[in-house]
Design a protein around this ligand. Sequence first.
Ligand SMILES: C[S@@+](CC[C@H](N)C(=O)[O-])C[C@H]1O[C@@H](n2cnc3c(N)ncnc32)[C@H](O)[C@@H]1O
Length: 231
Amino acid sequence: MNKYVHGYSDYEANRLHDQADSLADLLHYDSVWEKGSVILEAGCGIGAQTKIIAPKNKNSKFISIDISSESLDQARNIADSNSIDNVAFQQDDIFELPFGDEYFDHIFLSFVLEHIPNPMQALSKLKRVLKTKGTGDANIGRKLYPLLNQSSFKEIKVSPRQVYVDDSNPKWVEGFTKNTFTAMIKGVSKEAVSKNIISKKEFDKGIKDLNRTAEGGGTFCYTFFKGIGTK
Ligand SMILES: C[S@@+](CC[C@H](N)C(=O)[O-])C[C@H]1O[C@@H](n2cnc3c(N)ncnc32)[C@H](O)[C@@H]1O
């Protein structure tokens, strides 16, 4: 794949945990599969979502894969420290999955497709290892319905999950507005400026405006999209 835009720094690891923790209820209140399922988590990264979804599905087994061995080491540590024992982590590429056809009951992936140059090809690779009638689950915003549709998934349901933050919810001001969203934008500053996508002055103004949304009287609103489709 192309270089992963957010990189693998401690800064990005903390951001992924803040993102997963602050969005846990919003995104995962319904991430529950039937007992005994075998679930592929594709692009698990440092296990920020794994540590939320695995305990919710204690009677199912996860195989959580990522292309980065460093991220997987962190994911294993997180799983150990949360006494999670229903996940096997392994290094694999979504485009070269070493599993037989129809191996998994369900496939889960979050914040992955938007980083892949050809998300439709990724979906078709994932679909091969998904059981007929199994479900695939991804976040890639407004393109999710057409992508799942063109990949011939059935019973597609896309639901917007809106995060609205103001002073009445200081935990989200910290965990989401500052440490997830603004941190994500700050993290790509050097690359965006060096590639002349935006001037430093304009970028810094954007960060200042974003910081303002987390100060007294500021508000912040963002919409995630969760999509589910059946094979
Ligand atoms: C933004 S992170 C999201 C991690 C995790 N799902 C989360 O929500 O915290 C994207 C992850 O996708 C992984 N990734 C990107 N391309 C991949 C590929 N072809 N195969 C497996 N993993 C991939 C990256 O290594 C990275 O860990």
